[in-house]
Design a protein. Structure first.
Length: 367
């Protein structure tokens, strides 16, 4: 059973020095192949992990991010320790060891998957038992929660601290196109076999000097998601469920919610407009200690704007423009906006009950 790609999806290129890129739509596998073939040796080619069922009207130049076709997810292993907020570098062999650990587990369970070396780390694409197709933003949060519960268990039970926990089930995020060229490393993204993993990193890097095609499929059964919907989901939140241990990051002592970390804080990503707005709303409110905007001096609001712009700049969003960002951040910082877990859930950003849950959500709608 192979990992299959759905369309339309979005693609983006980045230069060798994290040059800014812009998303565009490819509508079939031939379009995708033509796109990355034209970038190989020139820049780094990325694509959304998922295909989508709809594009945004009226111009149809972007996909509708709440309509993903979720038939797989990606575990992204980099030589970093994601248990620590500053994500320090570790030996590259650690990422390889943990990729092997996950691979062996998936083999034992006969779960469908394929593996690629990215030129710097490892991508494990894991197949699901069916294509999950959310019809609303609420439904998308339900799917993400079910998936992140599994990811959280895997990371802790198998000690997969080199796996970036913000990548799986990120339905707006992008990943290096399999079998494309990593112009920063001078290596190819190549499909991997069990033998490749056993022979070690030097063997894999030597093999990655040349291009490879296709994928090497393993397993015959897709992973099933246990989705809890609607009122039952919120009843579980309030009465039964223990919080999932989801990763966070911080900005100058402000701890950023796991959902916003996943949606907007991945370095080098290109978050949706809504994710960016929600992140700035959250940071603005925390920087002023929840004091109403009208009671904050203008000079202090300007200081908050600069703090947030500096942080966003450090995230290296693919299309970051300092002037545009400063204007948009300043507008949000100077305005009072409500923000609750219920709102983030309805926008499809919720990853499950975390320790920051504010007890809002569909529970208030129960009869």
């Amino acid at each position: 059973m192979k990992i299959t790609f759905d369309f339309p999806r979005e693609v983006m290129e980045l230069g060798n020095e994290n040059g800014r890129g812009f998303r565009k739509i490819v509508r079939n596998s031939l379009d995708l192949e033509r796109y990355w073939a034209g970038k190989n040796g020139v820049s780094n080619a990325y694509m959304t992990v998922y295909g989508y069922r709809a594009t945004k009207q009226p111009y149809n130049k972007r996909v509708d991010l709440v309509t993903p076709i979720v038939r797989h997810f990606v575990m992204d292993f980099d030589p970093k320790d994601f248990r620590q907020r500053n994500r320090p570098d570790v030996e590259p062999e650690r990422a390889l060891e943990q990729t092997k650990r996950l691979h062996n587990y998936l083999l034992e369970k006969d779960i469908t998957h394929g593996m690629w070396y990215s030129g710097g780390g490892f991508h494990v694409w894991v197949g699901l038992d069916k294509a999950y197709m959310p019809s609303t933003e609420d439904n998308l949060s339900d799917i993400k929660e079910a998936g992140m519960k599994i990811i959280s268990e895997w990371i802790h039970e198998m000690d997969l601290f080199c796996s970036d926990p913000a990548v799986p089930f990120d339905t707006s995020g992008m990943i290096r196109i399999p079998n494309s060229y990593n112009s920063k490393r001078g290596l190819w993204s190549i499909p991997l076999s069990t033998t490749d993993l056993e022979r070690g990193l030097d063997h894999i890097m030597e093999k990655a000097l040349d291009s490879r095609s296709g994928m090497i499929p393993y397993g015959s059964e897709g992973l099933k998601l246990e989705i809890v919907k609607g009122k039952s989901r919120n009843r579980m939140f309030s009465r039964i469920s223990k919080p999932i241990d989801l990763p966070t990051v911080s900005m100058k002592g402000v701890t950023i919610l796991p959902c916003l970390n996943s949606a907007a804080c991945r370095v080098g990503s290109n978050p949706s407009h809504d994710a960016r707005v929600q992140l700035v709303k959250f940071l603005s409110k925390r920087l002023r200690n929840f004091i109403p905007v009208e009671r904050i001096p203008v000079a202090k609001l300007e200081e908050h704007t600069e703090t947030i712009v500096e942080y966003i700049s450090s995230l290296e969003w693919a299309d970051f423009d300092e002037r545009t960002t400063r204007y948009q951040v300043g507008t949000i910082v100077g305005t009072e906006y409500p923000q609750t877990c219920s709102m983030l859930y309805k926008k499809g950003m919720c990853l499950g009950k975390c320790r920051y849950w504010d007890k809002t959500g569909a529970i208030e709608e129960e009869e």
